[in-house]
Design a protein around this ligand. Structure first.
Ligand SMILES: N[C@@H](CCC(=O)N[C@@H](CS)C(=O)NCC(=O)O)C(=O)O
Length: 247
């Protein structure tokens, strides 16, 4: 029942997007509840034993972490499966889900490295919460500092994260053999595709995704060029195709 299933989320979190996508793919109804960054831990730690979002409530059960949620959903809602039956392919999907989850950390750090400090980022982050304007104004710099600290958004780690995220793009390209129409494993969408596409999506803000609140043309030229390069290469085209055809 949709009202018994709730995704506790930050709307612009790419890990939350991964969980929403999986639920949507399985046509499982759900409501979303936006938790306030920082305050979310009170709920997530106590109720699901994790410090992060997403947390899924399914009836009486609470499950934290997008990977655990993914396997919970595959087990309890096997319709439209996202894990192949065939064992070699299944192993590959499981491995890729783990790998792209790790690349998601680098996508986030590199992107915050380019965007943190721009007012529209905090505006987008705080938009869903019914708080007085003055409170949001006071919270924004606190959350911004928290984000920078929590995700290690400083020049050296940000530069390293760019190298790492580009390794992930190269991995996508080797799996699809350069063809944006292909899936990562086999001939159908799997958990590997959803994980990779959702976790890289903030770089390209595909239509229908919760990003795109920053006007790319207002970014420094070198950053625009990097993003344009990501969009044009086969991995970027693949990601946009996954959003167009499978999201
Ligand atoms: N491994 C976790 C990572 C989730 C994650 O990093 N979520 C971020 C938002 S993108 C979060 O909750 N950050 C707040 C925090 O760490 O306190 C998952 O797959 O669910």
């Amino acid at each position: 029942m949709a009202d018994q299933r709730v995704v506790y989320q930050f709307p612009i979190s790419h890990y939350c997007e991964k969980t929403r996508w999986q639920l949507d793919h399985k046509e499982l109804g759900y409501a979303t509840r936006n938790l306030l960054p920082g305050g979310h831990r009170l709920f997530s730690q106590l109720r699901a034993g994790v410090g992060t979002l997403p947390v899924l409530r399914d009836g009486k059960r609470l499950i934290g972490d997008s990977t655990r949620i993914a396997y919970y959903l595959e087990k309890h809602y096997p319709q439209v499966p996202l894990l192949p039956e065939e064992s070699a392919q299944r192993r590959q999907v499981i491995e890729l889900e783990q790998q792209f989850d790790r690349y998601g950390v680098h996508v986030r750090r590199w992107l915050y490295g380019q965007l943190l400090g721009r007012p529209e980022v905090m505006r987008a982050m705080l938009a869903p919460y019914a708080l007085p304007g003055l409170v949001k104004k006071g919270l924004a710099p606190v959350i911004e500092r928290g984000v920078a600290q929590l995700y290690r958004v400083s020049p050296e780690p940000v530069a390293q994260s760019q190298v790492r995220l580009e390794q992930g793009l190269a991995l996508i390209e080797s799996l699809i053999k350069g063809d944006p129409a292909r899936y990562l494993v086999g001939d159908v969408l799997t958990l590997a595709d959803i994980t990779a596409a959702a976790l890289y999506a903030p770089l390209l803000s595909p239509a229908g995704s919760p990003w795109g609140f920053v006007d790319e043309t207002s970014l420094p030229r070198p950053v625009q060029a990097v993003l344009q390069g990501y969009r044009e290469r086969p991995a970027g085209q693949w990601l946009l195709a996954r959003y167009r055809y499978d999201r």
